[in-house]
Each structure stands twice: as structure tokens, then as C-alpha cells.
Write a protein that binds this ligand. Structure first.
Ligand SMILES: [Fe+2]
Length: 195
């Protein structure tokens, strides 16, 4: 059966609404791959996607470093506060571990690779890695480091939130708002132990 002439014609463009027009005017930053995957055109410029992703990469590195430090202290805490802190740190690192995945996958949705090596995390993080604990490590020093670490994560989240807000990147704004809520609350709970 002969193919209808109209089948091969591209659909006639209908008048774009204001929103559609804006989205079409955004130039796709990633060209189609050889396998035919289309470029990314989610209504954000490639520059905005790049800026937000860079911020998220820093946030992921901070969050991973804090996660590892919290897990480390879960393992190595000693003293009269052992039970309370061992359990508290476990609750915190478990929640943080699940959040890491959300952050990394947001970077992927924006079209960039998520950092995933110790070298990258060390380079991008604003939190100093725990170099190794002395046998005499005090639980107060662990809690103090976690307060400072959670606050550092909050500061980075605020920067990313601002960048994402300026770019109209609501999913990232939402994600950073959720993470701020958690890390500010965690910093308060930890700080309370030292007061
Ligand atoms: Fe454990």
C-alpha cells in the first residue's frame, strides 16, 4: 500500500503559548548522540544547567564527606555517651546516605556527570576529611566536628539554592530546601549535646 503523502510531512507548527515559546528559544546545549538520543531541552539554558550542576557537585561532595565522617564516628565513638551517640549517628548517616543518591541523580537529570570518587569529593568539598582518630578521641570533639560539618553543608546548600532559584530550577530549589531543613535540624540537635 502506497504511503500517504501526509505521513512524511512534519506536523504543522501550532501557535506557541508564551511558555512554549520560551522553551523553544532555549538552545539545546548537548547535541544529539550518534545513537539518536536528543539533546537536552528542558527549558533551562545550558549555562544555567551547568552552573546549577556545578553547585550540586560541591554540595554532593560536602554531603558525602559529612556522611563518611558521621559513619566513622558511629564506628569509633567511645565513652559514657556510647549508646546514645552510636544510635544517633546511625540515624543521621542513614538519612544522609539516601539523600546522596537524590543529589547525584539531579546532576544527571541536568545533563552532567556526578562526582563519584574520593579524589573528586576531596577536591570539591568544603569540609576537611577526618584524617584518622586518636585512641583518645573524645565524643565531644566528634559532636563538635559534626555540628561544624552540618553547618558547612547548610552554607553550600544556600549558595546552590540561590543559583537554582535564579535559573528557575525549581526541582533543585526544592531539593536544597529539604536538605537545609534536615541539616539545620541535625546541627541544632548535635549542638544541644554540648550546651
Ligand atoms: Fe553500625
Amino acid at each position: 500500500m502506497a504511503k500517504k503523502k501526509s505521513d512524511s510531512k512534519p506536523a504543522k507548527a501550532t501557535k506557541a503559548t508564551k511558555g512554549e515559546k520560551t522553551a523553544r528559544n532555549v538552545k539545546p546545549a548537548v547535541t544529539a548522540h550518534a545513537d539518536g538520543a536528543p539533546g537536552i531541552n528542558i527549558g533551562m539554558s545550558s549555562g544555567d544547567r551547568r552552573k546549577t550542576s556545578d553547585g550540586l557537585a560541591h554540595f554532593l561532595s560536602d554531603a558525602f564527606t559529612l556522611y563518611l565522617k558521621t559513619h566513622n564516628f558511629h564506628w569509633n565513638v567511645t565513652g559514657p555517651m556510647f549508646n546514645a551517640l552510636h544510635t544517633m549517628f546511625e540515624t543521621q548517616y542513614t538519612e544522609q546516605w539516601h539523600a546522596l543518591d537524590e543529589i547525584a541523580e539531579r546532576i544527571r537529570a541536568l545533563g552532567f556527570n556526578a562526582p563519584g570518587s574520593y579524589a573528586e569529593f576531596t577536591r570539591l568539598s568544603s569540609i576537611a576529611e577526618e584524617p584518622g582518630l586518636a585512641d583518645t578521641a573524645d565524643w565531644r570533639e566528634m559532636v563538635r566536628q559534626l555540628v561544624v560539618g552540618n553547618e558547612a553543608v547548610c552554607r553550600t546548600a544556600r549558595k546552590v539554592l540561590k543559583t537554582a532559584d535564579d535559573a528557575g530550577d525549581d526541582p533543585t530549589v526544592d531539593l536544597m530546601t529539604q536538605r537545609l531543613n534536615i541539616h539545620e535540624k541535625t546541627a541544632w540537635m548535635l549542638r544541644s549535646l554540648l550546651q
